[in-house]
Design a protein around this ligand. Structure first.
Ligand code: SF4
Ligand code: SF4
Length: 135
């Protein structure tokens, strides 16, 4: 069993289709909706955690892609506002993966989004709210 957090963007013609139902029924997947912003006639955004056997998760994601749903890992939506960051270093100790690290020579904090697992620990910790999740 594996889990993946994903951000799905549905084009308007797919918003009212029973896509999630098919994921559960045809691919035997379990999902947990973290955030949903879906309204008729507009692009829909759904953030969810998909769980199941590895092959089933891959097949389910391929099914979504084939339909035209745009998919990105949740971690890609964690961003740093470079104008707000004061390089105070508070987030570095909070980050469990080393996505946020400090250069001991320059004392500047860098953000490597490829290491981010979107745990959100830095979001609340950052004094000037430089770390953000965008949907
Ligand atoms: S806590 Fe916020 S302001 Fe401080 S280094 Fe991290 S991102 Fe920058
Ligand atoms: S969301 Fe979590 S993993 Fe990503 S940068 Fe912030 S503390 Fe690190």
């Amino acid at each position: 069993m594996i889990s993946r957090k994903l951000v799905l963007r549905f084009p308007t013609h797919l918003v009212d289709k029973p896509i999630i139902y098919r994921l559960v029924k045809d691919y035997d997947l379990v999902f947990n909706i973290l955030k949903a912003d879906i309204s008729p006639q507009e692009e829909g955004v759904l953030v969810f955690e998909l769980s199941g056997e590895p092959q089933a998760v891959e097949s389910g994601v391929a099914y979504l892609r084939d339909l035209g749903v745009h998919i990105q890992p949740f971690s890609e939506d964690v961003r740093r506002d470079e104008d707000k960051c004061t390089h105070c270093g508070v987030c570095v100790v909070m980050c469990p993966t080393g996505a946020l690290s400090i250069d001991r020579t320059t004392m500047l904090v860098s953000f490597d989004s490829s290491k981010c697992i979107a745990c959100e620990a830095c979001i609340e910790a950052c004094p000037p709210r430089a770390m953000q999740i965008r949907f």
